[in-house]
Design a protein around this ligand. Structure first.
Ligand code: HDE
Length: 714
């Protein structure tokens, strides 16, 4: 089956053509059993008489129910909830100097990809808007085999060594006695663990920042996290860090908003991605790399092998080398998004690992987990997982084997099969691990170069704008406020104090306890890197004090586009049609979507008798599902004062720092029907109907995403 597409050179739709082999469509077809027997009655089971018992011989009922009984597979232990999409990657410029990976050498190849975004802690059915890291896993179907870049939207990790991963996940998931809470880190076991693991402090800063509550999966960065290697044709190695930069910029929602979205639409991110692709607004990211020569391995004041550290862009700039476009939704969630199996160990010649002890542990875990989740060593044969490169080996059999390997030879070396399949020399594309020299004692210890747990947490915190710093303090106050054990709160304050005294004091104030003077040594020998006490956490002086790239609001790559943003139009019968039309057209021209909200579905009639189609009612719509609000003019608009949801709509928009625009009679609604007492620069008004200047300034304002300055006024 697979052999048919093995010589395929045009990679761009290579994977889609491969999947075609398995796609099915029941259109204009008879309903059949799995054995192909046409079914005559799909409504009634076979019974002994009209009111009698069902008969065991009813093979149609038995087949249907048995299949149903076995429909579920174990959800992922972590990253259970996800959304997938197909697309392609194209290279801007060859990376030949650094890597021999074909898809990073040849700018004319478009490599098909499948991406799965996920939350980490929650179960499959949990909310999209949990405060959590997001998984960002990309499967490249290259002509030399599959390369999986299994990253996150945060560039560092909580722990340095794979040995601690099961502990971390046990701590963050619902507590084992009652499985509470779902998809939330705000509970005792998580913060107990964190408070005993100072190495987590850098990642804690990221997760308490707004990065953990993205506006959209399309508006978040992605990172490979670990340092990998590029290896070129001359067998020279460079260290490499991978970055994905979203074309729409990196944006977040407010925490209160996130909690409300979870109630209004817990599929908010999944739906947003689906609709964007469905309507042709294909999300796009650029791939960037930070390349570090081998000779610079020890140049920095952190260890490149330590996954709790990033390489500041100010020290090693990110070079943009290509772009990824997601242009097709999956046909079937289970077959594709659920069954896709990622593995950081899926690499191709030209890419290799480093000795990062977290990465090394992952290399074991991912095949193992697929065996239990997908149930067979043949998971590589599942359509979404199979390579579009030629694949031949002597692995045989196992549950659900699809391949029919012909011939009697299934071993190597052999003479009966002419030695086939044969090994590839390096210049024939054979994979050879980078021949790094290792000369060492076997030890169970960490390198002293891993013992600085605070410098980059400080760098991250100091690089944030005051608004972002406030959000971190608020998030910590929320999370630690939910912790019941006072000693855990105190230990956390001790750690926070090492990051920033002001931050610790703010959180302490909210918790109603003082920042402890000395951090108390936990009684269970859990202090970070080395339980043996060889390397106490130390603070190393950072060579840089600030990195704008770490702040979402200062990030130089931030985009001001309002493409795909959803703007709510609060309307009623008797609205002014020109007011609606002018703003709608202006927004649409800028790529945004105007959503007409009214007391009922169908159409409303404007002042001049125009029928305006309604998209949503006030019973369904909520401010948290939109990026901005416009209240048009028109005599009938005063009707909005009588609709209680309108008041909540405007107040939520205001409290979540969204931009609000109103025209003519619409202004009165803001004045009389909301808590907005003072005019602020984020509330834009005009007495003129269809005011071009208002439309332009509203669009410009929406490009800033939020008017965070308002928080100081609230
Ligand atoms: Fe994973 N991780 N992980 N992880 N991870 C899984 O594999 C694991 C880590 C990441 O959409 C599991 O197929 C260990 C870092 C993503 O299908 C499992 C360690 C990063 C996804 C697993 C880590 C990740 C996973 C669960 C520490 C960012 C979802 C299901 C040694 C670079 C992929 C599965 C998808 C999934 C193990 C740490 C990212 C159990 C042991 C660091 C995006 O194998």
């Amino acid at each position: 089956m697979k052999n048919s597409k093995k010589t395929n050179q045009d990679n761009s739709d290579g994977k889609q053509r491969d999947l075609d082999l398995n796609r099915s469509n029941g259109e204009n077809q008879f309903l059949t059993t799995n054995q192909g027997v046409k079914i005559n009655d799909n409504n009634n089971s076979l019974k002994a008489g009209e009111r009698g018992p069902s008969l065991l011989e009813d093979f149609i009922l038995r087949e249907k129910i048995t299949h149903f009984d076995h429909e579920r597979i174990p959800e992922r232990i972590v990253h259970a909830r996800g959304s997938g999409a197909h697309g392609y990657f194209e290279l801007y410029k060859t990376m030949e100097k650094y890597t021999k990976a074909g898809f990073l050498n040849n700018t004319s190849i478009k490599t098909p990809v499948f991406v799965r975004f996920s939350t980490v802690a929650g179960s499959r059915g949990s909310t999209d808007l949990a405060r959590d890291v997001r998984g960002f896993a990309v499967k490249f179907y290259t002509q030399e085999g599959i390369f999986d870049l299994v990253g996150n939207n945060v560039p560092v990790f909580f722990i340095q060594d794979a040995m601690k991963f099961p502990d971390l996940i046990h701590a963050v998931k619902g507590e084992p006695h009652n499985e509470i809470p779902q998809a939330a880190s705000a509970h005792d076991t998580f913060w107990d663990f964190i408070s005993l693991m100072p190495e987590s402090m850098h990642m804690v800063m990221w997760v308490m920042s707004d990065r953990a509550i993205p506006r959209s999966l399309r508006m978040m960065e992605g990172f490979g996290v670990h340092t990998f290697r590029f290896v070129n044709a001359q067998n020279e190695s460079h260290f490499v860090k991978f970055h994905w930069k979203p074309k729409l910029g990196t944006h977040a929602v407010a925490w209160d908003e996130a909690q409300k979205i979870s109630g209004k639409n817990s599929d908010f991110h999944k739906l947003d991605l689906w609709e964007a692709i469905d309507t042709g607004n294909f999300p796009e990211w650029e791939l960037g790399v930070q390349i570090i020569p081998e000779s610079d391995e020890h140049k920095y004041d952190f260890d490149l092998l330590d996954p709790t550290k990033l390489v500041p862009e100010e020290l090693v700039p990110v070079t943009i080398i290509g772009r990824m476009v997601l242009d097709k939704n999956p046909d079937n969630f289970f077959a594709e998004t659920e069954q896709v199996a990622f593995h950081p160990g899926h690499i191709v010649p030209g890419i290799d690992f480093t000795n990062d002890p977290l990465l090394q542990g992952r290399l074991f875990s991912y095949t193992d987990t697929q065996l239990s989740r997908l149930g067979s060593p043949n998971f590589h044969e599942i359509p979404i997982n199979r390579t579009i490169a030629p694949m031949h080996n002597n692995q045989r059999d196992g549950h659900m084997r699809q391949e029919i390997a012909v011939g009697k030879v299934s071993y190597h070396p052999n003479s009966l099969g002419g030695g086939c399949p044969f090994q590839a020399k390096i210049d024939e594309g054979g994979f050879a691990s980078f021949n790094e020299r290792i000369d060492a004692h076997k030890i169970r210890e960490r390198s002293e170069s891993f013992s600085d747990h605070f410098s980059q947490a400080v760098l991250f915190y100091n690089s944030q704008t005051p608004v972002e710093q406030d959000h971190i303090a608020n998030a910590l106050s929320f999370e630690l406020g939910k912790v019941e054990t006072v000693a855990i709160r105190e230990r956390m304050l001790g750690l926070l104090n090492q990051v920033d005294g002001n931050l610790a004091s703010k959180v302490a104030k909210s918790l109603g306890i003082p920042v402890p003077k000395n951090i108390e040594k936990p009684i269970n020998h859990g202090v970070g890197a080395d339980d043996k006490g060889n390397h106490e956490p130390t603070k190393v002086k950072q060579s840089i004090k600030n990195s704008d790239a770490l702040s979402m609001l200062k990030n130089p790559t931030i985009s001001n586009t309002i493409a795909t943003r959803q703007i709510a139009f609060l309307c009623a019968e008797g609205v002014n049609a020109s007011s609606v039309k002018a703003m709608k057209t202006a927004l649409q021209n800028a790529g945004a979507k105007a959503v007409i909200i009214a007391p009922h579905l169908g159409t409303i009639t404007s002042e001049d008798g125009t029928a305006i189609p309604v998209d949503q009612t006030y019973k369904i719509a909520a401010s948290v599902l939109f990026d901005g609000v416009f209240i048009p003019g028109g005599k009938g608009i005063k009707e909005l004062s009588r609709i209680k949801e309108v008041k909540e709509f405007i107040n939520d928009s205001y409290n979540h720092c969204k931009f609000i625009a109103a025209e003519a009679e619409g202004i009165q609604i803001i004045k009389t029907n909301s808590d907005i007492k003072e005019k602020d620069a984020g509330v834009l008004i005009s007495n003129t109907i269809a005011d071009k200047a208002l439309n332009t300034s509203f669009i410009k304002a929406l490009g800033r995403h939020r008017f965070w300055e308002r928080e100081k006024m609230l």
